[in-house]
Design a protein around this ligand. Structure first.
Ligand code: 1CP
Length: 341
């Protein structure tokens, strides 16, 4: 029996959509907080294969999701390329910044990444042995543009202003950074697949701030290059792309990049996405993660509405973005019940 997630990614319409959740391993779960404390801090957890595998498995045990996503972070790749990375408690990630062509020249070549990232491949290996047989293992990386926004600003930014400024000041140097990240991402994801990842997902969380030609050059083209190279190396590998807040640019994204599934945020309606995006590929996403904080009738009715809107084609039930630390773990059971019940 082929796993349900793989069937949906192969464009099969299923009577009940398979389910997983962005950030399903995370701070809303008491068992995650306990394991993170055991590891010491977030980065030590990412680089500890036994404990990273443990937190990946926690939401599978608690909820019976159809997919597990490797526990790691999109910012480990810049660290492997030589950037300093640390997490400020209660605030988020911080990196040393790259704002000039000279700064870019100081990065390591892509061949160097595996030295730092070897423990991540080990986590994937443990998971591929320990996951229940019907659960799909998803590997992931940040898309080049999103990763670049953090490398340039040194942190998360509301409008990605520093990255846009670098792009405007020296487009050639900026394009060289995107190229380096594209090449390194291909090797990083390829190594995850060799270690046992069955599907990979490319997170372009800040794709929505790229407009016009910039969207083509820095969101679409890198995704296309990553996906075609991965599929050349690993025949039949399914890929999920998440160009978050792409709006109208969600339309045609799967055909233009070769993605098998497009993840949809919650700024567009499921009915619109069913008509304009699902015609070309599998879709996943769209439930507003805030509903897992508030719960109640709205959680039930929105979950049902999304499942209904996407019921005519290939669909994986998911959120429009990551579940937040203040979500109620019991609401996740209610969401699953509303999909499967
Ligand atoms: O304190 C903690 O324990 C850290 C919280 C946390 C977690 C649980 C961070 C810090 N990263 C993660 C894990 C993670 N991150 C996963 C694997 C776990 C899972 O999904 O179950 C994945 C796939 C990511 C991806 C990620 N990291 C993205 C893309 C998806 C998205 O949310 O848009 C991004 C942008 C990051 C960067 C990052 N890492 C962590 C934070 C708080 C952030 C956002 C920082 C910011 O923009 O300010």
């Amino acid at each position: 029996m082929t796993k349900t997630i793989l069937r949906a990614l192969a464009r099969e319409t299923l009577p009940v959509p398979p389910i997983w959740m962005m950030r399903q391993a995370g701070r809303y779960l008491p068992e995650y907080r306990e394991t993170r404390a055991k590891a010491g801090d977030f980065l030590s957890l990412c680089y500890n294969p036994e404990l990273a595998a443990e937190v990946t498995l926690q939401p599978i045990r608690r909820y019976g999701f159809d997919a597990a996503i490797l526990f790691a972070d999109i910012l480990l790749l810049p660290q492997a390329l030589g950037c300093d990375l640390w997490f400020e408690t209660g605030e988020g990630p911080r990196l040393s910044t790259i704002t000039t062509a000279e700064g870019l020249a100081g990065l390591k070549p892509k061949e160097a990444i595996h030295e730092t990232l070897a423990p991540i491949y080990e986590t994937v290996g443990i998971l591929s042995r320990e996951l229940p047989k019907d659960v799909t293992l998803i590997g992931f990386a940040g898309a080049p543009w999103t990763v670049a926004t953090y490398m340039i600003a040194g942190r998360g930014t509301p409008d990605q202003g520093p990255a846009h400024a670098f792009k405007a000041a020296d487009r050639a140097a900026f394009a060289a950074l995107i190229d380096l990240l594209t090449d390194a991402t291909i090797d990083y994801l390829s190594a995850q697949v060799e270690a046992g990842a069955e599907v990979v997902k490319l997170f372009d969380s800040w794709a929505g701030s790229l407009k016009g030609q910039d969207f083509d050059d820095f969101a679409l083209t890198p995704a296309k290059r990553i996906i075609s190279e991965l599929k050349a190396r690993h025949a039949g590998l399914p890929v999920i792309a998440f160009p978050r807040e792409a709006g109208e640019r969600y339309v045609g994204f799967a055909n233009a990049t070769g993605a098998d599934c497009v993840a949809i945020d919650n700024s567009v309606s499921a009915e619109w996405a069913a008509e304009n995006v699902q015609k070309d590929s599998c879709v996943q996403g769209n439930l507003n993660p805030a509903l897992l904080v508030t719960g109640g009738e709205a959680l039930f009715s929105e979950t049902r509405r999304i499942a209904r809107a996407f019921s005519g084609g290939p669909h994986i039930f998911n959120l429009g973005h990551g579940i937040t630390p203040d979500a109620d773990p019991d609401n996740v059971h209610r969401m699953i019940e509303a999909v499967r019940g």
